[in-house]
Design a protein around this ligand. Structure first.
Ligand SMILES: NC(=O)c1ccc[n+]([C@@H]2O[C@H](COP(=O)([O-])OP(=O)(O)OC[C@H]3O[C@@H](n4cnc5c(N)ncnc54)[C@H](O)[C@@H]3O)[C@@H](O)[C@H]2O)c1
Length: 259
């Protein structure tokens, strides 16, 4: 039987890498992808050294539609088809509201929102061309359900990701394409290292590590999130067990936001 094929954007590190590794373990062929070519090549090397052969990499920028189309084409050329597309790549923005500027708005919306739309379109076009069902899985956030101080732009982009998840799910359901999102809470990746540093910069009364400790200290299950916690949900959303679920933005945050 042909192996199912998944693409995970922004998977040179952090949550994306955890997701890619889990899908490989689940038996998918996986195209990893990132804008950071060096990190991507290193990650591919490490994953192959761990014994996974059905992995390949493709460098690109999710905010460019042509890159997303080329990513899907590369996955299909390498592995023969596409079954799951994970719009994982995203960036943070940490700025007090009165200081948010055009540059930040453009950059964050282009990567988090435009990127998710272009990835969804490219994947859906491929599923329709194949005449098969397909699964699109988007990175949302607790910030797609709540809006946080100094994370205004980021929260707005993740609310937009949630809205596009709902609309794409409604419009693509007749083609047997499901669209869902995972909403992590506080995971200790490079993204949170940068958020912590920026929050300290914005409020000099804070010491390095304090913003992360404050946010993760509120988690009901008493510990911060790991890439495995997120990958466990994405594994389910990529599997046949989630076939009857679409248009959902599911929280995976250890008990932080209750929606
Ligand atoms: N870390 C958390 O606590 C957390 C919480 C909620 C949601 N998320 C979301 O999960 C996703 C992954 O977060 P993470 O913590 O692993 O982040 P990260 O910064 O650790 O990793 C993100 C990866 O995406 C890549 N990337 C950035 N811009 C790109 C672009 N334009 N095109 C292609 N690749 C690009 C980066 O090079 C990096 O390898 C993001 O969408 C983020 O918003 C993270």
């Amino acid at each position: 039987m042909t192996k199912k094929v998944a693409v995970v954007t922004g998977s040179a590190g952090g949550l994306g890498r955890g997701i890619a590794e889990r899908l490989l373990k689940d038996g998918f062929s996986v195209m990893i992808h990132d804008i950071n070519k060096e990190a991507l090549a290193e990650t591919e090397k490490e994953i192959k050294a761990a014994g996974y052969e059905d992995v390949a990499s493709f460098a690109g920028d999710v905010s460019k539609k042509e890159d997303q189309v080329a990513l899907v084409a590369a996955a299909v050329q390498k592995f023969g088809q596409l079954n799951v597309f994970v719009n994982n790549a995203g960036i943070e923005a940490v700025t007090p509201f009165l200081k948010i500027d055009e540059k930040e708005l453009e950059r964050t919306f282009k990567i988090n929102v435009f990127g998710t739309v272009y990835g969804t379109q490219a994947a859906a076009e491929q599923f329709i061309k194949q005449g098969t069902s397909g699964k699109i899985i988007n990175a949302c956030s607790i910030a797609g359900h709540e809006a946080y101080e100094v994370l205004g732009t980021y929260s707005a982009t993740k609310h937009a990701v949630k809205a596009f998840t709902h609309v794409a799910a409604k419009e693509l359901a007749s083609k047997h394409i499901t669209v869902n999102a995972y909403c992590p809470g506080v995971a200790k990746t490079k993204m949170w290292d940068r958020i912590d540093a920026e929050m300290v910069k914005a409020d000099p009364s804070l010491k390095p590590g304090e913003p992360f400790a404050k946010f993760s200290g509120e988690i009901a299950l008493g510990r911060y999130e790991t890439p495995t916690d997120v990958a466990n949900l994405v594994h389910f959303l990529a599997s046949e067990d989630s076939d009857y679920i679409t248009g959902q933005a599911i929280l995976v945050d250890g008990g932080l936001v209750y929606k």
